[in-house]
Design a protein around this ligand. Sequence first.
Ligand code: GUN
Length: 292
Amino acid sequence: MQLLDGKLVAEKLREAIKVETARLIDAGVDPHLAAILVGEDAASQTYVHNKEKACQQAGIVSSVYKLPESVSEKELLELIRFINKDDSIHGLIVQLPLPSHIDSLKVIQHVNPAKDVDGFHPVNAGRMVQGLPSYLPATPNGILKLMQHYKIETEGKNCVILGRSNIVGTPLAILMSRKAYPGNATVTICHTKTANLPDIAKEADILVAAMGQAEFVTAEMVKPGAVVIDVGIHRIPDNDAKSGYRLVGDVDFAEVSKKASWITPVPGGVGPMTIISLLDNTLKAAKKEIWP
Ligand code: GUN
């Protein structure tokens, strides 16, 4: 088994981002990413904090707008309109999930597509489907960059994706079936209503676990020699750990790593690649590469 070391690859790519950011600043453009964080969800707070840290390391300006859980949809939309109009802000992400009284799909549609560095706006998502220039969602694009770095073969392979979210599973399925590298794979999406999920997973040459259930993928669901990509991250109680918990993914790493040819660790796999892709999109926004 070999590790798909996202932390290492992200560090290498971060250098290029730093250089490009410095070049833009010299040219009079200060790349700026804004994030809106609603409520106190611990995982969302961690993600947003990590994004802020990564921006600072790369020289990208970062601002976080924190709103209480009780904020109304109207107030949130007003903030988005305000940021849309601010020419000094190039990228805007609204951290998901949002509280249940807010319609996430409606909120996403209010982000200016030119600033939608998550690639979640229907116009960017539609452009991606048709192969037009668009912001690619950060997690799927981070997975592609990781596979590219390690020269993982994808053409003609069976790629099984567990999870159909708009953030990971669905866009990754589109990207992996594109006529491109990485891509040209035969893709299957599995979800909560899939019959015989373990049998389908076992046929995968490339298995992507993005269903958000701790250690769901066991060794019996994995074909020997498969490439296994773990998108999940969960805290589980661990009395032996100083913090009282440890981080695990959607894959039972200890067992599955004995069978896989390549596997992402958790943490240090997909997570750092997601952040790099977001920074990359922010530079694209600052350069008006996708939306002139
Ligand atoms: N929540 C989990 N992943 C993401 C992401 O990539 N972007 C946003 N905005 N929210 C998320």
